[in-house]
Design a protein around this ligand. Structure first.
Ligand code: GLU
Length: 446
């Protein structure tokens, strides 16, 4: 197979969320696993709803995720090409003017349904004589334009869904151009895909029906259609659609919460596939494992808890150098290699370090039960002299054990609660040197 050229085509009308990022990721992984190219196309033909702010944000989000593009262009710069394509379709008799108002179409739809017929556009406009059209236009009625489907079956072998067959006689001829002359998404997408040499159209399965019409437009304008892959949609852990929660699942939001890009990519690359969901530290690893054949047909389950678990796993493996600046942004005291190495196993999200900064360096409230007071004072007296190092904790607790006879929980948990004010936390051996002699003694009440 020659190297694929794919595109991700978001509309800059909102923030990128886990659903569209999954589409971007699958395109990116496919292209990069085959030495291909990944194009970012901005679908901004809807000039009213598209904003520069959303466009900038989606570029920022993709860059943050590592999903960089080989080239990019915006549909709003290509209206001339769409006009040319529309003119060609009109010449071929495949794009015809219709004059029905929205109300009229709705009435026709209801009548069809009440007679038990599918609500398919009846092509009445095709029967209009030239004089009738001229009269309508003279009356100021502006046409919208429909693509004339063949009425045959359109078939393709979908890389995810297998053999597909869409009976275009069961579809309404799609409107390509609105009354005001603006383009709907359907035709510009095809024109762009042809001009960009797109070899594979990879997108969500909500576009399967579009593909029926678009393949016919591809055939009319370019002679052949690209390969197609339609991936099942995402659902939440509760089995419900994600649409209502997508705002909180935007990349902007997840980034602000402190998620690592690779935990998002690790999860989105694997849910709904036959591979296990596991943390991966590079996109290259995900590329090596990518295969359309692994993507199943059932909806892919997106579970935020699973994302958090992956994030924790990724943080545990992140070296200090990789997080230094972000730690400093949370708290200057967190930007310390020994501190990071001590606490990273206890963080699900990087900002969780703030809690451990307090535990280690802050003013904590030691927990010492009444009956432990003497024990804790005795332990304080046994703290080895000299600098506190990585070995101090075990040497010290051995000495305390020998002297007091306490062991297990009664020894370790009592000291942990006195020294950190908590029952759980990072390895005491690793944080003791960071807490330091003065704070250790103070917390022990010595
Ligand atoms: N802008 C379209 C969408 O976001 C692109 C669909 C496609 O990939 O063809 O749904």
């Amino acid at each position: 197979m020659t190297s694929p050229i794919v595109r991700f085509a978001p509309s800059p009308t909102g923030r990128l969320h886990v659903g569209n990022v999954r589409t971007a990721l699958i395109n990116w992984l496919f292209a990069h696993s085959r030495g291909g190219k990944f194009i970012l196309r901005i679908d901004d033909t809807d000039l009213e709803r598209s904003t520069k702010e959303y466009e900038d944000a989606l570029r920022t989000d993709l860059t943050w995720l590592g999903l960089t593009w080989d080239s990019t262009f915006s549909q709003s710069h290509r209206f001339k090409d769409y006009d040319a394509a529309a003119a060609r379709l009109k010449d071929m008799g495949l794009l015809y003017p219709c004059y029905e108002s929205a109300d009229e179409l709705e009435r026709k739809r209801k009548i069809a349904l009440s007679r038990g017929r599918p609500p398919v556009y009846d092509r009445a406009a095709l029967k209009l004589m030239d004089e009738e059209k001229a009269k309508l236009e003279a009356d100021g009625v502006k046409p919208h334009w429909r693509f004339k489907l063949s009425g045959e079956r359109v078939e393709w072998n979908d890389l995810v869904r297998g053999p597909q067959s869409i009976d275009t006689s069961s579809l309404s001829d799609p409107i390509l151009i609105r009354e005001d002359g603006s383009y709907l998404y359907t035709m510009p997408s095809v024109v762009d895909d042809i001009d960009a040499g797109i070899t594979h159209v990879v997108r969500g399965e909500d576009h399967v029906t579009n593909s029926g019409a678009q393949i016919e437009i591809f055939m009319a304008l370019g002679g052949k259609a690209p390969e197609m892959a339609h991936t099942p949609l995402l659902i939440g852990a509760d089995g419900q659609g994600l649409s209502k929660r997508l705002g909180s699942l935007s990349m902007t939001e997840l980034r602000q919460q402190g998620y690592e890009p690779m935990s998002i990519c690790s999860l989105l690359a694997k849910i709904g596939t036959s591979d296990n969901v596991e943390a991966r530290s590079t996109l290259a690893e995900l590329c090596a494992e990518f295969d359309f054949a692994k993507i199943g047909r059932a909806p892919a389950r997106f579970d935020e808890q699973e994302l958090k678990n992956l994030n924790a796993a990724i943080l545990h493996a992140l070296p200090f150098e990789a997080v230094k600046d972000r730690l400093a942004a949370v708290d200057a005291r967190a930007a310390d290699e020994a501190f990071w190495n001590a606490v990273r196993a206890n963080c699900s999200l990087l900002p969780d370090v703030a809690e451990w900064v307090e535990t280690v360096f802050g003013d904590i409230a030691p927990i010492v039960a009444g009956e432990d007071k003497d024990f804790v004072a005795e332990a304080a007296a046994l703290l080895p002299d000299g600098a506190i190092t990585g070995e101090t904790w075990s040497a010290w607790t051995n000495a305390v054990k020998d002297k007091t006879g306490r062991k297990g929980r009664g020894l370790f948990m009592t000291l942990r609660k006195a020294l950190t004010g908590q029952e759980h936390g990072p390895d005491m051996g690793a944080i003791l040197p960071l807490i330091g002699r003065d704070r250790v003694l103070k917390r022990l009440g010595a």
